[in-house]
Design a protein around this ligand. Structure first.
Ligand code: CP
Ligand code: NVA
Length: 315
């Protein structure tokens, strides 16, 4: 049994398979062709933080695969009344086939997984957001893969991704993906919001050569194939919002930053976005932005992920 708790839980070969499978599943979906490998299977989704995309993509995705879904939040379950996460895991995993959790500390999802009889998927923690990076990479591959390319991940080899903003769960996961799949991340964060040093080390699944730090976000964007950012204040850090607004003022992705990147560079944002804060409206609503494909692709990659966790490789 496999869990998907962080990006490093799968190998490069498994990602190559998943991206191929997601492309097929997407094609069938677009053609209104039924794809029901998970009939009679149930996904439990536990949300301890808010969500739009993650909830809709997992819920719609599971139904589209022929299965069904149970949705729980902290407030409407015993989780909010201090039932231990280990007991919750033992009980829920006797009743469903798969669990997706969005929560705070990564250790919480790890404790759940350690007591679960079924695969567990990370739907975002303070530390990581692997399902989002799965969708982001799939979107890049869709835009850039060349005909005749042996593996879908080949077009990622040697590219540069510019990360502008907070050293958060998304940034950590980009670094893990770069280390595993052979590309580089230029990271620019305000002072005090750098990627946690322990995360950005082999202990966090990150190799030293896979990232470079820039104090100037324009420098980070130079020659990038992809420029990406995220909210200045992630869920769980709302108390710091006023201080962050000041600290991050120069970390807004502007047309000038996009102009420093390659002429064909893409712009991505996991969403929700705040125009005029982490990204200028001209950028997110401009021709280089692929944010709507990126959001849609959550559906397709997670369908491939759920199928893989429950059925393994399908011929
Ligand atoms: N990108 C993302 O995970 O969005 P939600 O918070 O809406 O799920
Ligand atoms: N870094 C953001 C991502 C939201 C999808 C957060 O954790 O709130």
């Amino acid at each position: 049994m496999k869990h998907y708790l962080q990006f490093t839980d799968f190998s490069a070969d498994e990602y190559a398979y998943l991206f191929r499978r997601a492309a097929l599943i997407k094609k069938k979906f677009k053609a209104y062709e039924k794809h029901h490998p998970l009939v009679d299977r149930t996904l439990a989704m536990i949300f301890e933080k808010a969500s739009t995309r993650t909830r809709v993509s997992f819920e719609a995705g599971m139904y589209q695969l022929g299965g069904s879904v149970v949705h729980l939040t902290t407030g409407d379950s015993q989780l909010g009344r201090a039932e231990p996460i280990e007991d919750t895991a033992r009980v829920i995993s006797r009743m469903v086939d798969l669990v997706m959790i969005r929560t705070f500390e990564q250790t919480k999802i790890e404790r759940f997984a350690a007591h679960s009889r079924v695969p567990v998927i990370n739907g975002l923690t303070n530390e990581y957001h692997p399902c989002q990076i799965l969708a982001d990479l799939f979107t890049f591959i869709e835009q850039r893969s060349a005909p005749g390319q042996a593996r879908p991940t080949d077009c990622l080899q040697g590219i540069t991704v510019a990360w502008v903003g907070d050293g958060n769960n998304m940034a950590n996961t980009w670094l893990q993906a770069a280390s595993l799949l052979g590309f580089k991340v230029h990271v620019s964060t305000p002072r005090g919001y750098e990627i946690d040093a322990k995360m950005a080390s082999s202990a966090g699944g990150i190799s030293a050569g896979s990232y470079q730090f820039f104090s100037d976000p324009h420098e980070a964007c130079k020659g990038a194939d992809l420029v990406t950012t995220d909210v200045w204040t992630s869920m769980g850090y709302e108390a710091e919002n006023a201080v962050r607004q000041e600290a991050f003022a120069d970390w807004c992705v502007t047309p000038a930053m996009m102009a420093a990147a390659r002429p064909d560079a893409l712009f991505m944002h996991c969403l929700p976005a705040h125009r005029g804060e982490e990204v200028a409206a001209e950028v997110i609503d401009g021709p280089q932005s692929v944010v709507w494909d990126e959001a849609e692709n959550r559906l397709h990659v997670q369908k491939a992920l759920m199928e893989y966790l429950l059925l393994g490789t399908v011929a």
